[in-house]
Design a protein around this ligand. Sequence first.
Ligand code: FAD
Ligand code: DHB
Length: 405
Amino acid sequence: MRTRTQVGIVGAGPAGLLLSHLLALRGIDSVVVEIRSREHCEARQRAGVLEDGSVALLRDAGLASRLDQLGLQHGGIYLQFGGVRQHIDFRELTGGRTVTVYAQTEVVKDLIARRLADGGADAIAFSCTETEVADLDTASPVLRYTDADGNRHEVSCDAIAGCDGFHGICRPAIPPGVLTTWERDYPYSWLGILADVPPSTDELIYAHHSEGFALHSLRSPAVSRLYLQVDPDEVAESWPDERVWDELSRRFELPGWTLQRGPVLDKSITPMRSFVSAPMRYGRLFLAGDAAHIVPPTGAKGLNLALADVAVLAPALDALLHGDEKLADAYSATCLDRVWRSTHFSWWMTTMLHRTPGADEMATQLQLSQLRYVTSSRAAATSLAENYTGWPLLPRLPSDADHSY
Ligand code: FAD
Ligand code: DHB
């Protein structure tokens, strides 16, 4: 089947879905092609923390009715190390900035519901196979896929957005020699659980411990989300629930405080990686989100970067389709500025808080010194707070002045 759309989008994660919605607000047609089922996309446990700018972006785009109802605004985090738990007060340090705990699963559900309501059942093709992109260096790139019923599609586009995550097909479709990549693998992974128990804390706890890092997050007043640093070759089967809770209790231990346990609803292991590939554009193919860059999750940045990329990409594509290439030409550099800041912050949080296998006692003392500094110097705490709450996004919705290209 041969069809046409203005923007072909590969991947129905946060980046692809929000881009499709932002384009629709500008009157631009798109089709989203996704390898997984709708149920899988809506259930995949991932991020939980939205920066202020991400919340504002979703609100401005008319996507925040459930977020405003269910999102939990947090004005700080705790850093725990050397037997103490210290609060970093974002509101006070940054003039009122906060983050919002709202699961990526909910962001994705909101986006899918909205795209299908506005664009009809054909707006997102789930459970596709054999996705291919071609003719990327022409003005009519092509997106090919086989739909869930086995029909082969060829969609002629004005531009293609590669929003298909780190393991997608779009980045590898760029000819050799075009991209420069920077990559760092970390010698540890995160074991994450979702637990049917009220959180034992009012704000997130990031814990440095001689056995390794632990993070207490949450999903709602009734559901907790917790992470443990484990060796990279660990498998979830070696971590029965009791072992996970015992280890979490040990790493968060504090006199007078108890970690509440409950039924484990989900358990998975995630590797840790920093990766940046540039430029984020080749001809009429634009990469966004994890397709172009990955950060280790310690700074809670990946989802926010994915949303920020497409907030820049939507007006750039709008202008491009109207014959003005300026914003499209600036797309990669504009995004990479934020990407590198978040890459550095995520690396810094990660290396400050995790135990590096084989590291000497000197390394531990340096981490503890940094943690004492960050929790006692207003300047150092402010730096953490402004990075964690994120940098402002340029407002780029259709009503904006910058629409006058
Ligand atoms: P993805 O969400 O990966 O979406 C890509 C989509 O493309 C997927 O649906 C995939 O199925 C699809 N796809 C892949 N290949 C193809 C193909 N060939 N054809 C069609 N479709 C394809 N970030 C934060 O900001 N805050 C956090 O607190 C945070 N915590 C995290 C915790 C964990 C445990 C993990 C794993 C990640 C966390 N992140 C966090 C990172 C965040 O989840 C990702 O950065 C985010 O999902 C990126 O969105 P995306 O749309 O770019 O990519
Ligand atoms: C969550 C994940 C993170 O990586 C993080 O730094 C904070 C919270 C979460 O899933 O809730």
